[in-house]
Ligand binder design. Structure first.
Ligand code: NAD
Length: 472
């Protein structure tokens, strides 16, 4: 039976006159009709959220955390259904789609146990100041397509545990699993607290303008992020922007290649490179460059080859949509046009159907090439060489991006020294970039504004209010 999808407003399912269909990236088959929310739907959702906020905002942290446990149960009880929908719309293999579900469960349970508490900020014989955290109001979560559930869920659970109401807008490239998740969650929270609307740039822009919305939590490209921020300024909305990265990965001369090569391959090609913190530029010490490159090519050809069967246990997949497919193809063609050395991959039409591109490795393209300077967000990786620590750090630090980075070395003091000088929101040592629920995650420079996750992330979903007690 064909699944059906609805906007969820005030806990009710709502269809729409206008629908759109997503193209399955593996096969290019058209998927199911998905209702596009109207401006009237959005107004209704804001009104429902504002009404719900009056009582929801007065619930205790403990009450909200108990409900998050039930929210996690929705993922557990409907894991197969959600995973199969997610796999179809995103092109992920079954095991990759399952990762989205499992991580969403873990993320939800993390916030069911970790939240902001009141804290004494000052105390002496005369005064005591207690900081308390109060919710903002209605949050709109505007989401990308690469990890549809995890990246929506972090905004949703952060909003809910802090006492906000949340309206989630999935990417129009991957709306289905998020819509089904909100539909299946009905009845757990009071109506109006958790809603979903499907739409694209127009709906997103309306969210950033609406005076009844207190905060936008946005994840996406830098260009859209700048538009979101400019638009939010009109109503002084709080705004968190999680934007693109162009992560440098530095491999030192003494790195343990048996461990480093598989880790770098995973950093670059997990989910076909469609990860905000994928390793996107690999700098390898000249003394081990040739051996590293040989071993990386072998590892990538062995572990990240195209496997069309979604049941195959592959961490690699097609590019998730035609727009991104064309962008990555354009980067491969630019490498070919300029005569850069492609050591594996490089075909731009390896299969008759689907947005497939093979894992592609380019040896020593120029530092100013598009592949090195722009975020590729797909399965193509430049491998560059370095000799001098100051020089590689200068090349790694870009003026326009600073999301993540990674360093591989057997000398932890050297790795830490380099990590501390890398201008990025997170640096992973002897490990590919993988966010941790308990740790703040955000980009510096153009890669973001603020951040999410961990205790510090929750602070962006609240006002901090101080209660000043006078002592006699
Ligand atoms: P995008 O900017 O095209 O779209 C993101 C969302 O914004 C979508 O829901 C879209 O409908 C909406 N939108 C578009 N125009 C809008 C407007 N004017 N106002 C409000 N909303 C609007 O990004 P994308 O292609 O979906 O996502 C891929 C990008 O996201 C990559 O650059 C990737 O690095 C980045 N990303 C960053 C993180 C992070 O945490 N920093 C995580 C995942 C992805």
């Amino acid at each position: 039976m064909q699944p059906k999808f609805y906007n969820v407003i005030n806990d009710e399912l709502r269809g729409a006159e206008k629908t759109h269909q997503v193209t399955d990236p593996r096969t290019e088959e058209e998927l199911w009709p998905c209702p596009t929310a109207t401006i009237a739907d959005f107004e209704d959702a804001v009104a429902a959220a504002q009404a719900a906020f009056k009582t929801w905002s007065r619930t205790t942290v403990a009450e909200r955390q108990a409900l998050l446990v039930k929210m996690a149960d929705v993922f557990k009880e409907h894991a197969e259904e959600l995973s199969s929908i997610l796999a179809r719309e995103s092109g992920k293999s079954k095991i990759m789609a399952d990762i989205d579900i499992r991580a969403s469960i873990a993320q939800t349970l993390y916030y069911s146990q970790n939240a902001l508490q009141d804290e004494i900020q000052y105390e002496d014989n005369h005064a005591k100041v207690v900081a308390t955290h109060i919710p903002l109001g209605v949050v709109c979560a505007i989401c990308p397509w690469n990890f549809p559930l995890i990246l929506s869920n972090v905004k949703v659970v952060s909003s809910l545990v802090t006492g906000n109401c949340v309206i989630v807008k999935p990417s129009p490239f991957t709306p289905y699993a998020v819509m089904k998740w909100v539909e299946l969650s009905r009845g757990i929270l009071p109506p109006g607290v958790f809603q979903v609307l499907n739409g694209g740039a127009e709906l997103g822009a309306q969210m950033t303008l609406h005076p009844g919305v207190a905060k936008i939590s946005f994840t996406g490209t830098i260009a859209t992020g700048k538009r979101v921020m400019a638009s939010c300024a009109k109503t002084l909305k709080k705004v968190t922007l999680e934007l693109a990265g162009n992560d440098a990965c530095i491999v030192c001369a003494d790195a343990d290649l048996a461990k480093t090569v598989p880790a770098v391959a995973s950093g670059g090609f997990f989910n076909a490179g469609q990860v905000c913190v994928a390793s996107k530029r690999i700098y390898v010490h000249e003394s081990i460059y040739d051996e590293f490159l040989d071993r990386l090519v072998q590892e990538v050809e062995r572990s990240y080859a195209i496997q069309e069967d979604p049941a195959a246990p592959s961490l690699f997949g097609p590019v998730s949509n035609k727009l991104q497919f064309d962008t990555v193809k354009g980067i491969i063609e630019d490498c070919k046009k300029n005569g850069y050395k492609i050591v594996t991959g490089g075909e731009t039409q390896p299969r008759k159907k689907g947005f497939w591109l093979p894992p592609t490795i380019v040896s020593n393209p120029p530092e100013d090439s598009i592949l090195v300077q722009e975020e590729q967000f797909g399965p193509i990786l430049p491998i560059l060489s370095w000799t001098d620590e100051d020089d590689v750090i200068a090349r790694a630090n870009l003026a326009n991006a600073g999301l993540g980075a990674s360093v591989y070395s057997s000398d932890l003091a050297q790795a830490e020294r380099i990590a501390r000088r890398l201008e990025a929101g997170g640096v992973w040592i002897n490990h590919p970039e993988r966010p941790n629920f308990g740790a703040f995650f955000g980009g510096i420079k153009d890669s973001g504004f603020g951040g999410e996750m961990g205790r510090q992330g929750l602070l962006s979903y609240v006002y901090t209010k101080c209660l000043h007690f006078k002592k006699d």
